[in-house]
Design a protein around this ligand. Structure first.
Ligand code: MLT
Length: 410
């Protein structure tokens, strides 16, 4: 008899976004005339820029010729893409990252979950609350937690609240932890961490021999020049942090699939006997054993993000979504609604009116305004009383969404 992984039974019924999808599909089936606008999951809507499409086409054509055809590529990614990342994302910011410290993958969601395989099950893990739910669920799946309480908090995890009182950047944990997930610009609150705040985290990690798992999937949305784009802009971070980056939101790649993880060679963890082992070699071992690389044409498409033609095209796409975020923010604020984020990130974090719960507000907005957002409590107990709106949609839909939202709460 094949026994199941019992840890899966601790998980709450469904992953957040499929649960939203289920409620929306049910509503649409019962109300086929409703024109539903979706600002729920952060999924891009704008077509890929021409420089990316041209590079992708060219690479597909190469696959049609014997002389340029390619089979398996390097599991860690082609050198041309790894080097383009170093030259464009890190060197200009004064950050020393070597090309072989970059692992190309098909997504940060997968990488943030898979990274747990190289860490011991008994590490103490700190989770910012509210949080991107993948960090929590993958810890549950790998047996690092006990059961879930009524508020959705799992025993064994150390929750560190990010609230309006701390500007959505949590205090350092009171107890010692071994691993900390940080995501800035933040999903879901759309807020950022300053250089000083990130420095405190790096210092904490150094003092406690902890590892920071830094998710920088939204770094391209930073508009404030004082905000770091990478944890490695903080001195000493090479010795304590792994960084996750994605082309999904940067370049409209949610349906293309390409991302990367940076594991500096100076980063180490300890064996049960107290010896230091390079995390780079463990991740390399994991990646090359379980992954066969991202397809050649997709990596050429990703490389084009950094080309002279691609850069301004990508910039204007990001600016388009940032303008959407501003319209949402300003439209709601002028109706007296309290909002956060949306300046350096494509998410706006909205205080739900009155004492309505996040899910009740979700249902009311869906049924009365045919508008979809994400209930804050879906990101954790501290998200209760909040609602996330994504700026990823057409201008027309965003403007209409703001009108509908104001009508519901006005
Ligand atoms: C979100 O809406 O939080 C993200 O799009 C989900 C993801 O990146 O997996």
């Amino acid at each position: 008899m094949a026994r199941i992984n019992e840890h899966y039974r601790k998980l709450k019924a469904g992953y957040l976004f499929p649960e939203i999808g289920r409620r929306v599909s049910k509503f649409c089936a019962e109300n086929p005339q409703a024109k539903v606008i979706r600002l729920g999951i952060g999924d891009v809507t704008e077509p890929l820029p021409s420089a990316i499409i041209a590079a992708w086409h060219k690479a597909v054509d190469e696959m049609a010729e014997r002389k340029s055809f390619r089979g398996y590529g390097p599991e860690q990614g082609y050198d041309f893409l790894r080097q383009a990342i170093v030259d464009n994302d890190f060197s200009p910011r004064g950050v020393r990252i070597d090309a072989d410290e970059i692992f190309i993958s098909d997504g940060s969601k997968c990488d943030t979950g898979n990274i747990l395989e190289i860490f011991g099950a008994d590490n103490k893990v700190a989770i910012v609350d509210p949080v991107y739910p993948v960090y929590v669920d993958t810890n549950v799946m790998t047996g690092r937690t006990g059961p879930c309480d009524d508020q959705g908090r799992y025993a064994g995890l150390v929750y560190i609240p990010a609230t309006a009182a701390n500007n959505f950047v949590p205090e350092l944990p009171k107890e010692r932890v071994d691993m900390i997930y940080l995501c800035y610009p933040n999903n879901p609150t759309g807020m950022v961490a300053t250089r000083e705040q990130l420095t405190r985290w790096v210092e904490y990690a150094k003092a406690n021999d902890a590892i920071i798992l830094f998710d920088a999937a939204y770094e391209a949305y930073i508009t404030d020049p004082a905000i770091p784009h990478s944890i490695y802009e903080i001195e000493g971070a090479r010795d304590v942090a792994i960084e996750f980056r994605s082309f999904s939101k940067t370049a409209g790649f949610t349906g293309v699939r390409c991302a990367f993880t940076v594991v500096p060679k100076s980063l180490t963890g300890t064996t049960a006997g107290g010896d230091r082992v390079a995390l780079h070699s463990l991740w390399n071992r994991r990646h090359t054993t379980k992954f066969n690389g991202v397809s050649y044409p997709v990596q050429r498409a990703a490389e084009a993000i950094y080309s002279a033609e691609g850069k301004p095209q990508i910039r204007s796409m990001i600016d388009f979504y940032l303008t959407n975020a501003r319209l949402i923010r300003e439209g709601l604020e002028s109706a007296g609604i309290t909002v956060y984020g949306g300046v350096n990130a494509p998410y706006v974090w909205v205080k739900t009116p009155g004492s309505e719960s996040s899910w009740d507000f979700f249902d009311r907005l869906l049924t009365t305004a045919h508008l979809v957002g994400t209930p804050g409590s879906g990101f954790g107990a501290s998200g209760e009383g909040y609602f996330r709106l994504s700026a990823f949609n057409s201008r027309e839909n965003v403007e209409e969404a703001v009108r509908r939202f104001r009508k519901v709460v006005g």
